[in-house]
Design a binder for this molecule. Structure first.
Ligand code: 13P
Ligand code: 13P
Ligand code: MG
Ligand code: MG
Length: 367
């Protein structure tokens, strides 16, 4: 029997700016899922990362299942009422459409899903990130699945020596899903050529080439494409199966030591280091720094073990300290150069109007 993992997350309101949801808001989402999950879900877990609430569910109903998506959508709607009642900031921020239609894709919430044939033991990682966008996972996925410097299993394990297929989406294309499949190791340079531009090209999924089995699913939502204007960053979730024919947990995690600079710091308009944070962490400095959390599970007949907090370890304290130093460093140059995102990515309409006004005031000097 197949098991489906469905992770859906949204920002539906937070305390003190874009910091974290209130306890009452979290409880209301949990309570809604608890009340309505019978006969639908096998298991679920509700968590938060910064101002985003994630609902991880397991079931046997396949991907994009209307009833599963509706349950989480309704839980977010119920939560939004609580957020309004408490006067939370950005109540209902990521629920961009008024009514539910079929599934939550295109309605605002981020979705990562995988239907799997469970292995006898099925270790899986659930990543949630805040103050960044789906391209933030590009570099860790490239290094963790395609570079033996980070993933020695590519050399050591015959189950992985056939390489992986990266399915990459061009998220600037709004008409429909535009994707390309590229294989490691032969097409590494092509993969790198796309993944270097994380605002446009995003890893959507990864598959073991020998077995065809799916290892990774990343949410690829661009809120801007749905709303037509800035309404918040596309804080992404990711599911990754590990061990056996996939990289070991530690191999998938190893690139997060880099704390690479990513998009999404302050007003979704700045670059900053991706800080590995403990589960259920809030946001602070300069509405950031961008952060990623990771819960490790074993899935068995659809049941989830209690999550293990992967970045709650002394090693990551050192990485967090270095990420804080990197954040202070890049902040020292304020709006200048690569501290801010390129013009095309600036999340505020205001600066566009400002530049249009200034354009009309330029004069062309005759030679
Ligand atoms: P498996 O290849 O059996 O998953 O184990 C490898 C491992 O855990 C190395 O860290
Ligand atoms: P969120 O996308 O996490 O709501 O953050 C928006 C923002 O503008 C923070 O400065
Ligand atoms: Mg917010
Ligand atoms: Mg957020």
């Amino acid at each position: 029997m197949k098991t489906t993992l469905t992770a859906i997350k949204a920002d539906i309101g937070s305390v003190g700016g874009h910091v974290r949801p209130s306890q009452r808001l979290l409880d209301s989402v949990k309570e809604h899922v608890h009340q309505h999950h019978h006969g639908l879900l096998i298991d679920y877990h509700v968590s938060y990362t910064g101002d985003d609430i994630a609902v991880l569910t397991t079931h046997n109903r396949g991907e994009s299942d209307e009833e599963v998506h509706r349950l989480v959508w309704d839980a977010f709607q119920a939560g939004t009422e609580v957020a309004k009642d408490q006067g939370l900031y950005g109540a209902g921020q990521d629920l961009l459409k008024d009514s539910f239609s079929g599934n939550v894709r295109g309605l605002g919430p981020a979705v990562a899903e995988m239907e799997i044939e469970e292995r006898p033991n099925e270790p899986a990682l659930f990543f949630t990130a805040d103050k960044t966008d789906p391209g933030a996972y590009n570099l860790p996925l490239y290094l963790g699945f395609a570079d033996p410097m980070y993933c020695p299993g590519l050399m050591l394990s015959p189950k992985m020596s056939g390489g992986f297929t990266f399915r990459i989406m061009d998220v600037s294309y709004t008409g429909a899903d535009k994707v390309i499949d590229l294989n490691t190791p032969e097409e590494l340079y092509d993969i790198a050529a796309l993944l270097r531009d994380p605002e446009r090209f995003v890893v959507e999924s990864i598959y073991n080439r020998s077995s065809g089995k799916q290892a990774v699913s990343v949410s690829t939502t661009r809120l801007q494409n749905i709303a037509g204007q800035y309404v918040g960053k596309d804080d992404p979730v990711m599911l990754a199966r590990v061990q056996g024919e996939f990289p070991a947990t530690g191999e998938v995690l190893s690139p997060y030591e880099i704390a690479p600079n990513v998009a999404g710091f302050m007003r979704g308009s700045h670059c900053g280091p991706l800080m590995p944070a403990k589960l259920n962490s809030k946001v602070s400095y300069f509405d950031g720094p961008p952060m990623v959390s990771c819960a490790a599970y074993c899935v068995h007949e659809g049941r989830l073990t209690a999550p293990v907090d992967i970045f709650d370890h002394p090693f990551w304290d050192e990485v967090r300290k270095r990420a804080a130093d990197k954040a202070s460093d890049i902040r020292r140059q304020g709006f200048f150069g690569n501290a801010m995102l390129p013009q095309s990515e600036l999340e505020y309409g205001g600066i566009v109007h400002k530049l249009e006004d200034l354009e009309s005031r330029f004069t062309i000097r005759s030679q």
